[in-house]
Design a protein around this ligand. Structure first.
Ligand code: NAD
Length: 343
């Protein structure tokens, strides 16, 4: 918990955030678990994100999402993630498609105390949620996983699933573009003690796995119930890639934060709005973390979990990076003013 009357801001560029330990998936999973526990205890305010799309929402070329939150409890910080994407960036070498920045502020004096790159935090926190969901969803005998989509999130999902479920010793990593999966498999090599098999045959990989994790950019369903084997689990980072029958046939469904997800259209939200799935049957990830509900009660059930993202998690991870960087003496300091002109 930090209280400051000092107008000093610590600037952390991406390289600083990496030095501060962002790529340590074990630590990111621990922060993720704590965040969902605090969310479940009502210690987090995470108001809906506001979107500014350019030129407009239906035909966006770029957009900016403002994602504020306040974390109470023993953390007590406020912050905002300013998350942006530009379609043009896909054709400009050297610029990521999505670029995020995070500001942390003291909730008592409202002084900002840290501004940091949030781009890699997004990848790490998204896959950490996938890993955490996989831990609750996978059957106890799971030793093989199919990770569908070898992009930014696919890369970090390998380590998230490994940290959350170390018993998984084989991972199929699939993509429409085989070279992307091959590149990530080569990057990991033998470092995790997991056999990573790149392939374009996503359904074939799914049928050989007890855990399927989707992290594609597909906006039409690519997975359906013909991908299921008895007792398997599906975790998805964007429910639009899941066919409706995957929700209708599930024994239980978990979501990262229903209060937020229901504001956005996707196949699950549609089924709930039509009454095909009861809203009160959905299990929030925070209930799984707090142990008040279970997603799976036997190894022969098919269960699923999906996520849309939680801004408060970016703020929690950013704060952990601020604390690590401060201890390590990393970053550049900047004063908001020498003396405020008007008080
Ligand atoms: N839930 C969250 O918090 C959260 C946060 C960030 C991103 N996401 C979502 O995660 C997904 C992946 O994001 P990313 O940044 O890794 O994108 P990315 O563009 O880096 O990678 C996506 C990959 O999916 C592959 N792909 C597309 N369609 C496919 C298909 N039918 N079969 C196999 N592979 C296919 C693409 O070739 C690409 O390699 C997106 O849907 C994104 O919106 C979710």
């Amino acid at each position: 918990m930090l209280h400051t009357t000092n107008p000093e801001i610590l600037l952390l560029k991406q390289e600083d955030v990496v030095k501060a330990g962002l790529l340590d998936m074990k630590q990111i999973l621990a922060v993720t678990e704590k965040t969902y526990s605090m969310l479940g205890k009502g210690q987090i305010q995470n108001p809906p994100k506001t979107n500014t799309s350019i030129p407009e929402k239906t035909n966006w070329q770029s957009f900016f999402n403002a994602m504020p939150s306040h974390i109470a409890g023993d953390v007590n910080i406020a912050g905002i993630k300013w998350a942006a994407e530009a379609k043009k960036n896909a054709s400009i070498p050297g610029i990521p498609y999505g670029i995020d920045i995070t500001i942390l502020s003291d909730p008592e004096t409202v002084l900002p105390f840290c501004i940091l790159d949030g781009t890699l935090i997004t990848a790490m926190r998204t896959s950490a949620v996938g890993g955490l969901m996989a831990k609750y969803a996978a059957p106890s005998n799971a030793d093989t996983a199919a990770l569908i989509g070898a992009g930014v999130i696919g890369r970090t999902m390998v380590s998230a699933v490994h940290e959350a479920l170390p018993q998984i010793k084989t991972m199929y990593l699939t993509d429409l573009d085989l070279s992307k999966a091959e590149e990530i498999a080569a990057e990991y090599g033998d470092s995790l003690g997991v056999k990573i098999i790149p392939t374009t045959d996503s359904k074939g990989a799914a049928l050989k796995s007890q855990l399927i994790v989707g992290e594609t950019t597909a906006r039409e369903p690519i997975m359906d119930s013909s991908w299921l084997t008895p007792g398997c689990a599906i975790v998805s980072m964007h429910p639009s890639e899941m066919a409706e029958d995957l929700f209708l046939s599930a024994e239980a469904i978990s979501v990262d934060y229903w209060k937020q997800m229901k504001e956005h259209m996707n196949p699950l939200v549609k089924l709930v709005s039509e009454g095909a799935i009861k809203e009160d049957s959905l299990i929030d990830l925070s209930e799984l973390v707090l142990g008040t509900k279970k997603l799976r009660t036997s190894d022969d059930q098919y269960v699923t979990a999906c996520s849309m993202g939680l801004g408060a998690l970016d703020i929690m991870i950013a704060y952990q990076m601020f604390e690590n960087a401060t201890k390590m003496g990393i970053g550049t300091k900047f004063n908001l003013w020498d003396k405020p002109l008007w008080e």
